[in-house]
Design a protein around this ligand. Sequence first.
Ligand code: TTP
Ligand code: MG
Length: 390
Amino acid sequence: MTLDVSRKIIHVDMDAFYASVEQRNNPELKGKPVVVGGRPDSRGVVSTCSYEARVFGIHSAMPTSEAYRRCPHAVFITNADFSEYQKVSTQVREIFREVTELIEPLSLDEAYLDVSDNKLNEPSATRLAEWIRRRILEITSLTASAGVSYNKSLAKIASDWNKPDGLTVITPDMAESFITDLPVSRFWGVGPVTAGRMKELGIHTGGDLRSWPLWKLSDVFGKAGPWYYDLCRGIDDRKVESVRIRKSLGKERTFGEDIEDFDKLAEFLENLCSSVWKELEEKNLRGRTVTIKVKYGDFRQVTRSRSFLSAVQNQELFKQTILELLKETEAGKRPVRLVGASVSSFLREEMEDEVCQLSLDFKTEIPDLPGGLKLLREPEALLQTSLSIH
Ligand code: TTP
Ligand code: MG
């Protein structure tokens, strides 16, 4: 890769997103430690928490029981309102669109914008970032932090630098000295595992990393070696890709002849689930919502969905949920011509191998389920069961 400083990239990330929405909607929560996640007496984990709760050392993916131990007087929100988060996310996306169409959302609350050319004809990315933050506050009454730089990695690091309600700009001139003292764990794609490995090798900062020749980095880190080599030199040519985020992944099967037998449908669905799961794994996607689709012989179609607090962690739970949802349809009582199974509400697009460790951290095992079934989510994290008929 080459050092290209011609682009202007903004990374915007809402502050304590779910918790801030809860505080906004329930003014009595303002200024209080708020923890969104599983029940404190369960094996659930923290999705996020307000900055008032972070003072107690509480953070995402921490067991809620631990959060409770650290701050018993925190308000624990266990019935998170995802539709509300989605609504805010859409509003924020609309604001981005007032500036540029080159938007790459990473999750509900976070996106890259390439503002090199923008609809407001504003040459200063810094002024644009301020404009966006002001507008977000105006429209949603929520704060966002933004980072401005000439590439994605630096813009993302910058948005995190001055959280909450902050703006950080890393100009090409500043990049080298900024990176020199930067702990390697702040680099995009360096998760806890790699950071630990680097520490063992005496690489603590961007400066340390820069002193390693390319061949040596490739030797130790394989394909990621050249990536680290470039990153610590402020080089990252990745484009802001305004591809639509995949909303769901599923498969369906139409039968040659309608099926009335429940067990037969269940068997079909189990196979369908295996094949969906395989593709999810291939694409490195994890989602919170499981949906079944059933089309009856008369072409009437129903869907049933169930959403969990965080991503469905294993195939067994996916299958089990689909079969439970099948029981909520009229399958077995009337002929069925098509069934489908899908997963949606992806938490974030898993792009760098270690970023996905976030969702792996959600694992909570309940070992004693009947039939050797292992649930990787606690049942009370089950949020909502929805129904729609087309
Ligand atoms: P983040 O942007 O990582 O966190 P945040 O917005 O809560 O806090 P901040 O950006 O100020 O540090 O994630 C956005 C939302 O995604 C978060 O509000 C809840 C959800 N989330 C989880 O459910 N589990 C997780 O482990 C993480 C990191 C986020
Ligand atoms: Mg955020």
